[in-house]
Design a protein around this ligand. Structure first.
Ligand SMILES: *Cc1c(COP(=O)(O)O)cnc(C)c1O
Length: 356
């Protein structure tokens, strides 16, 4: 289907005013955003408008009851100056799986891509060059009924805005496996990229921050024993040459695009990779017997984030120096080379955004 997207460009671009030498993450926003409204069972009023505040009714249902879902992906440029996006079809697929769980309408894939293509063409100049830098893309969907009562909303907004970013974690991370707080359990919303999963994490993360850890390593909600994932990243550990990552089976883990790509690369390289339950005790034992080779988080924001140490109760399991991390270093290098078009994209992971 061809959606009629109205374009209203800003007359006052902020591009020249922003400091691209100090981007950080998620602080600067590009000039435009895509907006669509859902009402009466269908999407309409497709528009690209100057990035600005949105009017909001005080009873807007999503801010009371949390019917929201979001995505995160990145655009970069290859050597030919073309805009490339990494596996975006995975993001729209996941957006719609999250939406289904939260009783929200799907965003048609062709609408998602027309909006993305057109917005990225308009924001072309906002895509920063340079190592680790990119234009972060944030599509999201939220309920806008003006009504105080809990039921499926009949109105929604779908928005895509973008933000030029540097890499997410500049420092190596220390993670703490909490045996107090939990994120997800079977039957819950762990697999959905929805606001509540993050809201419940903020207080626990602040507590561990005070103890010198940057991120939480979530353990399962029932036994508080099996590893799930890290804040905004999926978890991988290398024990005695074998890579292990928690499986998606119970629906308690966010099915990451980076996770999926890491698994595909490892299989291709004939490195053993197991998707299964892994307990924090297994990691402790591996550490104590000198077999804990590597551990890292995988996610769009940071790509591969090597873990320096894992805290649990009163213990801390320290990992080998970064230069000895053959697997995470190789993955980091391969993924960045694929994402920027420096090595051949044999998996067909890159979508080249055609000029419109
Ligand atoms: C987004 C996210 C990830 C990583 O997913 P990617 O698709 O690789 O970016 C992992 N865990 C959580 C909780 C997330 O929100």
């Amino acid at each position: 289907m061809n959606y009629q997207i109205k374009v209203n460009k800003t007359t006052e671009s902020r591009l020249a005013k922003e400091d691209f030498s100090d981007l950080g993450f998620g602080r600067i926003f590009s000039d435009h955003m895509f907006v669509a409204d859902y009402d009466n069972g269908e999407w309409g009023d497709f528009r690209i408008i100057p990035f600005d505040y949105l009017p909001m009714h005080p009873a807007m249902s999503s801010i009371h009851y949390g019917q929201t879902v979001f995505e995160g992906l990145k655009a970069q440029k290859n050597d030919k100056g073309e805009i490339i996006v990494f596996r975006p079809e995975k993001n729209v697929e996941r957006l719609n799986k999250s939406a289904l769980r939260m009783a929200m309408p799907e965003v048609p894939e062709d609408l998602f891509f027309q909006a993305l293509d057109q917005l990225l063409n308009i924001e072309n100049e906002w895509i920063p060059g340079g190592e680790g830098r990119s234009l972060y893309i944030r599509p999201y969907l939220f309920a806008t009924d003006e009504f105080i009562g809990i039921r499926r909303s009949s109105k929604y907004k779908f928005i895509i805005f973008t933000s030029p970013v540097a890499s997410y974690y500049s420092e190596p991370v220390k993670v703490y496996a909490s045996d107090e707080y939990v994120r997800a359990f079977p039957g819950g919303t762990g697999f959905a990229k929805t606001a509540g999963n993050y809201a419940r994490a903020i207080h626990p993360v602040e507590e561990i921050n005070k103890r010198g850890y940057q991120q939480i390593l979530w353990l399962d909600g029932i036994h508080k024993k099996f590893i799930q994932e890290i804040g905004t990243m999926n978890f991988f550990v290398v024990i005695d040459g074998k890579v292990i990552t928690p499986s998606l089976e119970e629906g308690t883990i966010l099915p990451g695009v980076t996770r999926d790509s890491v698994i595909a690369l490892l299989k291709e390289w004939n490195i053993p990779i197991e998707e299964r339950k892994i307990s924090i005790d297994e990691v402790a034992d591996a550490h104590n017997s000198g077999q804990l080779d590597d551990a890292f988080g995988a996610g769009t924001a940071a790509t591969i984030s090597q873990i320096k140490a894992i805290g649990y109760k009163d213990d801390e399991f320290t990992l080998p120096p970064f230069e000895e991390r053959t697997i995470s270093n190789r993955l980091l290098e391969a993924l960045s080379a694929i994402k920027t078009g420096k090595i051949e994209d044999t998996h067909n992971w890159l979508r080249v955004i055609k000029p419109v």
